[in-house]
Ligand binder design. Structure first.
Ligand SMILES: C[S@@+](CC[C@H](N)C(=O)[O-])C[C@H]1O[C@@H](n2cnc3c(N)ncnc32)[C@H](O)[C@@H]1O
Length: 195
């Protein structure tokens, strides 16, 4: 399944890229926006493509490896400053951040992002660093879990879910998407059917 770049025409109109422009795509994904930006910046332009997911980089390497205008970097876009310094790029004309989860990440059950797929409860965009969601659910306090769900997930039932998670982990480790779904369902049976 190929990700359709969201709001493609609007993004291109807003960026109004000129031939020769230097652009950053900080969330390459499947390279749809990058491909369209490359058409606008012409043969003299440059595109620096960044994604923290190595799978996304691998997809884009296949698409852009013959294109000398493209530099691909496996990095979190919060480190763009150091990426630019390392590449000796003094300034850019545009930065695009299409933040979120890609359809490829959601479709891959090994990544643990989707409730519709049974799999390891990982949820890291860069599986080379940090802790899996299952490890965090095993070690964080009820308050910390609730804060994560509320602040990053904007989940109004955060307290109730955190309480049920901490109760459930006393009986068995929460290691799969399926196990987490069971717990959310127990905390608030109407929750998943509302989504
Ligand atoms: C919605 S997709 C982008 C789709 C892309 N615009 C396209 O046309 O295919 C979001 C991508 O951003 C990446 N991403 C999310 N947060 C990131 C971050 N902080 N640093 C780098 N990449 C990030 C994800 O790994 C994912 O591949």
């Amino acid at each position: 399944m190929r990700h359709n770049p969201v709001l493609l025409q609007e993004v291109l109109e807003h960026l109004a890229l000129k031939p020769g422009a230097v652009v950053v795509d900080g969330t390459l994904g499947s390279g749809g926006h990058a491909e369209a930006m490359l058409q606008r910046i012409g043969p003299e332009g440059k595109l620096i493509g960044v994604d923290q997911d190595a799978d996304a980089l691998a997809r884009c390497r296949g698409m852009f490896e013959q294109d000398a205008r493209v530099t691909l970097v496996h990095e979190n876009f919060r480190n763009l400053g150091s990426v630019m310094r390392e590449l000796n790029v003094a300034g850019v004309d545009a930065v695009l951040l299409d933040v979120g989860t890609s359809s490829e990440q959601l479709a891959d059950e090994k990544r643990g992002f989707s409730f519709q797929a049974k799999g390891d409860l990982d949820m890291r965009m860069n599986p080379e660093i940090g802790s899996k969601a299952s490890e965090l659910l095993a070690r964080l306090s009820e308050k910390q879990i609730s804060t994560i769900l509320y602040e990053y997930g904007e989940e109004r039932n955060a307290n109730r879910f955190a309480r049920t998670i901490v109760e459930a982990r006393r009986h068995s480790a929460i290691q799969t998407t399926e196990a987490l779904i069971g717990i959310l369902d127990q905390a608030l049976p109407e929750f998943l059917s509302e989504e």
